[in-house]
Design a protein around this ligand. Structure first.
Ligand code: AHR
Length: 519
């Protein structure tokens, strides 16, 4: 009788999550390698939209700005993210952008049709390149294949990449830039499958236009890498699989990446459904990988998760137009979803070779300014943690974790087809080996309970202490604000001598990163 009482007491404590019994296992085998993690998965995106450029990175009136009008505090925050490459100037903006308006001494103001504002063109190609060089990010330009012509795309490549001789190369020199900018990455339009896109095309028409543009662009600058617009439209009438299959077949031999876009939101305020959204990204990655393999292209094609983020609050009405467009404020659960996306890129390191968070400053962004002030949003921290640590080769980790199921008609957002995800693991784990340094990232999706896991090295052992970093906050809705950092990365006590295995209680709603040398 006495024994039964004790056993049932222990059981109820386990169920309430008060005891950290060993509930999960994580096995790391350094021989099981998925592929090299491309540093370009830590990219970002700057669009002429809201206060991303004007009032974000470029603010000549601010006391914080340098002689080029660039906000020095913003530049420092960007440097903290080690942003490998940055896509510019859009987004939807690019489909009515004429790059010549934004170079030289005379700038032509234009009506901006994607987000309804006046575009002064004060900031353009050369200003962006100066910004990129200052923060150490590789510039990536998207050309206008909506209202723009293939000749206009070619002339921009000539302006940027040809040293001297032809008209546009000489024009750049006349503008004060004797050396070419050598822009390596060029996007062939933006979201050309979307009915919101100016100059939207059918998949077949896009293939024709993108193929001809790529011929002209590559003849001008042979070493460039081209990124085709893959699926972004998952609304009822769209067929993302037809779009991707058509462009992969029609553009093989011409392109180096297929760009996919994905935004998610907690529309129904269901934490567990929302936390499962990165599994949809994993699924789409696998599907597009299969389509790429089927084409057997002699020129390798990789996936670029060219725009990804949480974006659902600032989605309609005044929140999407004008100077305060898309000013999403993020909380802890958003940061956990971003970690799920980053884990997806690392886990699919063999095929995902580029990813760009959308966007960098103020507009659905990790960095937020107001006047001369700045704060780092919750989503800043996972990106910073990964871009500065998760390098080398991605390892195929074995995870035995408790699981949950999503709601039966779970949907990513407004127009997304609904689905049902079974057996979503509470612990989402990735690992990378860089020389003798092992980094392991563990996302605990559980809202209320710590989950205790045994971490086992299948070969070798840690040669010294293991550093531990944790992203967490008081609760899943915690946000940061000016002068208030509720969610951030905290260094915990090192594991002194972990050897070949250790048990660790991963706290509820947290991200934990281990970093140590192994032999
Ligand atoms: O990042 C915001 C917008 O989202 C981009 O302009 C567009 O490409 C996407 O629809």
């Amino acid at each position: 009788m006495h024994k039964i009482v004790i056993v049932s007491l222990l059981l109820s404590l386990f169920l309430c999550g008060k005891l950290n019994a060993q509930e999960a296992r994580i096995k790391i085998d350094t021989d099981r390698r998925i592929g090299q993690i491309d540093n370009n998965i830590y990219g970002n995106f700057v669009e002429h939209l809201g206060r991303c450029v004007y009032g974000g990175i470029f603010d000549p009136a601010s006391s914080k700005s340098d002689q080029d009008g660039l906000r020095t505090d913003v530049l420092d925050a960007i440097r903290g993210l080690s942003v490998s490459l940055t896509r510019y100037p859009g987004g939807n903006f690019v489909s009515n952008y004429h790059w010549l308006d934004g170079v030289g001494p005379e700038r032509t103001p234009r009506m901006e049709l994607a987000w309804s504002h006046l575009e002064t063109n004060e900031f353009g190609t050369n200003e962006f390149v100066a910004f990129a060089r200052k923060v150490g990010t590789e510039p990536y330009f998207a050309v206008n294949l909506g209202t723009g012509s293939i000749v206009e795309a070619q002339s921009w490549v000539e302006y940027c990449n040809v040293k001297e001789g032809p008209y546009y190369a000489e024009l750049r020199r006349k503008h004060g830039y004797p050396e070419p900018h050598n822009i390596k990455y060029w996007g062939l339009g933006n979201e050309m499958d979307g009915d919101w896109q100016m100059g939207q095309l059918s998949a077949e028409d896009y293939v024709k236009k993108a193929r001809e543009a790529s011929k002209l662009m590559r003849s001008t600058s042979p070493d460039i890498k081209l990124i085709a617009s893959g699926s972004s439209n998952y609304s009822g009438g769209a067929d993302p699989y037809h779009w991707n299959a058509t462009i992969l077949a029609g553009l093989k031999g011409y392109i180096d990446y297929i760009a996919l876009h994905m935004y998610v939101g907690n529309y129904r305020d269901n934490y567990y459904d929302f936390l499962a959204t990165p599994l949809q990204m994993d699924e789409r990655t696998q599907i597009v990988k299969g389509m790429i393999l089927r084409e057997k292209s002699y020129r390798p094609v990789y996936i670029a998760w060219d725009e990804y983020n949480v974006w659902y609050r600032a989605r309609s009405g005044d929140d999407v137009v004008g100077t305060r467009a898309l000013e999403e404020r993020y909380n802890l659960e958003d940061a956990l979803v971003i970690t799920g996306f980053l884990n997806c890129f690392v886990r699919n390191a063999d095929i995902v070779k580029m990813a760009n968070m959308a966007q960098l400053v103020n507009v659905i962004a990790p960095i937020f300014t107001e006047g001369d002030d700045l704060f780092l949003q919750t989503i800043y921290y996972p990106l910073q943690m990964f871009s500065n640590n998760m390098k080398g080769e991605s390892l195929d980790v074995f995870v035995d974790s408790p699981v949950y199921n999503t709601s039966p008609r779970f949907s990513l957002g407004d127009n997304e087809q609904s689905t049902y995800l079974k057996d979503v693991p509470y612990l989402d784990v990735t690992a990378a080996l860089d020389g003798d340094q092992l980094v392991v990232c563990v996302l605990n999706r559980h809202k209320d309970n710590a989950i205790s896991a045994e971490v086992i090295l299948q070969q070798g052992a840690f040669t010294g202490p293991v550093e531990i970093y944790e992203i967490n906050g008081p609760n899943i809705k915690s946000e940061n604000d000016f002068g208030k950092t509720n969610v951030q990365t905290v260094r915990k006590n090192d594991l002194k001598k972990p050897g070949t295995s250790f048990t660790y209680p991963f706290p509820a709603h947290s991200v934990t990163m281990f970093k140590g040398k192994i032999k």
